[in-house]
Write a protein that binds this ligand. Structure first.
Ligand code: HEM
Length: 420
């Protein structure tokens, strides 16, 4: 994370409590200031997912059903738009906006590279190349974020000028409105200023009073930590419930997504948490021991670690323990929600747990409402992958991308649905 942030870092790498908490409280408040803003993001996710399904669905002449690559063209791109539109303000090149800088897929690749470098850069023989590439693209993204931060302040200056004039002449309503109109035209002509979705967040971030470079670090940190990992988690969950082995659960989910009552939503949340638990986004988290110590595993076992040791804490094993999850391999949407630690725990616990649940619910609703949704026949309908055991006891799923290169990130899964 440090090379991506000019050495400054982000809450995820701040181990000093006071510094970590100072940033975490303020940055997360800037992102999620109130319920209204959060609900706005969630309805945007719903609308964006619907739009992406519509835009990317296609038919093959003579073959029944409509197809869509639900991972490559829907879930992954929703995550890219989230980071680009709502956090960084990086202009994407789309059909409706052809003058953007990166295509959606290019931006996915950049975020994937940065996320790999931050979270799964463990093999030294690959680390140098990964860091090098991440630095090159990180610098470019950072300079775009910096431009957004600069631009987001302009409307505020305009507002301040106009407000001074309002105070002096508050009885001249008509004159004010004429002046306001002319001033706003002149201002948009001079500054070519377009209000972007991310500006309110960036303005709230600016109010914290940190330096420009530190602001950039918070934005890139949040973008990397809430986009491709979100997409991976949702993709693996959808894939999990599309398996034949989960036909009964899928039938239940298909019924639940038609309902909007509290009981249905609660059960849907249960299925999402179970999908995250049984097909975890990361197989585990890596830490480097700062000091020599003994770690209590909580079940009577203890492990001695020396300073510098690399520690792998297995999500998979933790989420399969029989004490917290009786019959751990069974999908049970009624397990207590307090049992889960799908997005970390303790000091660095993910602040996006509730947000992920809310957005995932909308995405799952749209996907499982597609009539008679099923996998496309053949390779297109699977997330081509194999499992390796880099760490004893925990399977790690690796995918093949469209050039047959191995990658930890799921890239494609085509589904078919009937015409409504
Ligand atoms: C399914 C989606 C997500 C997964 C699987 C996930 C996973 C995680 C995990 C495992 C951690 C702990 C990392 C560690 O201890 O090394 C974490 C931390 C973090 N996550 Fe998430 N996350 C997700 C979504 C989000 C979202 C939507 C946000 C946006 C707010 C977010 C922001 C963060 C931040 C800022 C941290 C660092 C917290 C700290 O250091 O105090 N994540 N996430």
């Amino acid at each position: 994370m440090k090379p991506l942030t000019n050495g400054f870092g982000f809450m995820l790498v701040f181990d000093e409590k006071a510094k970590h908490d100072w940033f975490r409280t303020r940055v997360i408040r800037a992102l999620f200031p109130n319920k209204e803003v959060v609900n706005g993001y969630v309805s945007w996710y719903k609308q964006m997912t619907q739009q992406l399904v519509k835009e990317n669905s296609y038919k093959i002449s003579g073959i029944p059903g409509t197809r869509v690559d639900i991972v490559r063209n829907v879930i992954n791109l929703a995550a890219v738009h989230w980071a680009s539109d709502w956090l960084m303000g990086t202009p994407l090149k789309t059909k409706n906006h052809p003058i953007g800088l990166f295509t959606e897929q290019e931006m996915y690749d950049v975020l994937m590279l940065l996320c790999t470098c931050v979270f799964i850069n463990v093999l030294p023989e690959r680390g140098f190349f990964l860091k090098d590439q991440a630095q090159i693209f990180g610098d470019k993204v950072n300079s775009l974020i910096e431009k957004s931060i600069e631009a987001c302040r302009l409307p505020r200056q305009r507002y301040v000028i106009l407000r001074c004039i309002y105070i002096k002449k508050d009885h001249l309503t008509y004159l004010q409105s004429v002046f306001s109109h002319v001033a706003s035209k002149a201002s948009s002509f001079l500054f070519a200023q377009e209000e972007k979705a991310c500006y309110p967040f960036l303005r709230r971030l600016a109010e914290i009073g940190i330096a420009r470079g530190e602001m950039v670090s918070q934005v890139i940190g949040l973008s990397v930590g809430s986009s491709v990992n979100w997409a991976q988690s949702i993709s693996q969950m959808v894939d999990f419930y599309l398996d034949d082995a989960r036909a009964a659960e899928r039938a239940e989910i298909v019924k639940l997504v038609q309902r909007d009552d509290a009981e249905a939503i609660e059960l849907l949340h249960g299925y999402i948490r179970e999908g995250q638990r049984l097909a975890p986004q990361f197989p585990g988290l890596l830490r480097q021991a700062a000091v020599t110590d003994t770690v209590d595993l909580g079940d009577g076992r203890k492990v001695d670690v020396r300073a510098g040791d690399l520690i792998f804490s297995s999500f998979y094993n933790a989420q399969h323990n029989e004490t917290d999850f009786p019959e751990p391999n069974k999908v049970n949407p009624r397990r207590p929600k307090e049992s889960y630690q799908n997005q970390g725990s303790g000091f660095h616990i993910c602040p996006g747990v509730d947000f992920t649940l809310m957005t995932a619910t909308e995405v799952v609703k749209i996907i499982f409402k597609l009539p008679n949704i099923r996998r496309a026949p053949g390779a297109a309908g699977t997330m081509a992958s194999y499992t390796i055991q880099q760490v004893p006891g925990t399977d790690n799923r690796m995918y093949l991308d469209n050039t047959s290169k191995e990658t930890p990130w799921p890239g494609s899964l085509t589904v078919v649905y009937d015409d409504a």
